[in-house]
Ligand binder design. Structure first.
Ligand SMILES: [Cu+2]
Length: 197
């Protein structure tokens, strides 16, 4: 076995394994009053994790929050704008279906079918290519580039009590597979060296 075959084998191994992990993308954010625009002094905290599955065209939203001064009126994701500015809602209105309303603390976990227009603010679809597919692409681009934020509105803070700018979470599986691939390469290289002796 020569080194070229070895390198070829490595890339075949990587290309066969990496795409499996790359079909999903995760985005996370802490939720804080200080992240609102303008900032507020709410002591509430929370966090949100958004998982996009590109095979199923779904978006899972997991959130938790506590210590709100007001009662939840709605929560959703706004897109797409630069950090420190405000923009319209991209996702389902007035609120994510099943989101705990009228409370000061809670948890949420729901998976949306992003091939359905009902998972979006219709105005977002209209202003982002007019199709569910173009809206989905623009939302994902917004998530990838730090231009989408989760906003939780309450009766005391109609503009939003806690908010978080969603940013990509590195995929540990991708790195694990890359390291596994390097491990295989090392084993092959050792065997080649032994055979050469
Ligand atoms: Cu909002």
């Amino acid at each position: 076995m020569n080194i070229n075959k070895l390198i070829l084998g490595f890339f075949v191994f990587i290309s066969a394994t990496l795409p499996v992990a790359a079909h999903e993308a995760k985005y996370a954010a802490p939720l804080l009053g200080s992240s609102e625009v303008p900032a507020n002094a709410s002591p509430a905290t929370g966090s949100v994790l958004v998982t996009i599955d590109f095979d199923l065209v779904t978006m899972r939203v997991e959130a938790n929050f506590s210590g709100l001064l007001g009662n939840v009126t709605n929560a959703h994701i706004h897109c797409c704008t630069d950090p420190g500015t405000n923009v319209g809602v991209a996702t389902q209105l007035p609120s994510f279906i099943g989101f705990p309303l009228g409370v000061i603390a809670g948890t949420y976990d729901h998976t949306f079918d992003m091939a359905l227009a009902s998972s979006y603010n219709l105005a977002f679809i209209t202003s982002h290519g007019g199709l569910v597919s173009t809206a989905f692409n623009d939302l994902v681009t917004g998530l990838d580039t730090g231009k989408a934020y989760f906003n939780l509105h309450t009766n005391l803070f109609p503009g939003g009590e806690i908010r978080g700018l969603l940013s990509p979470v590195p995929e540990p599986e991708s790195y694990a597979l890359l390291l596994a691939g390097l491990g295989v390469l090392t084993v092959f290289a050792r065997r080649v060296r032994r055979e050469a002796v």
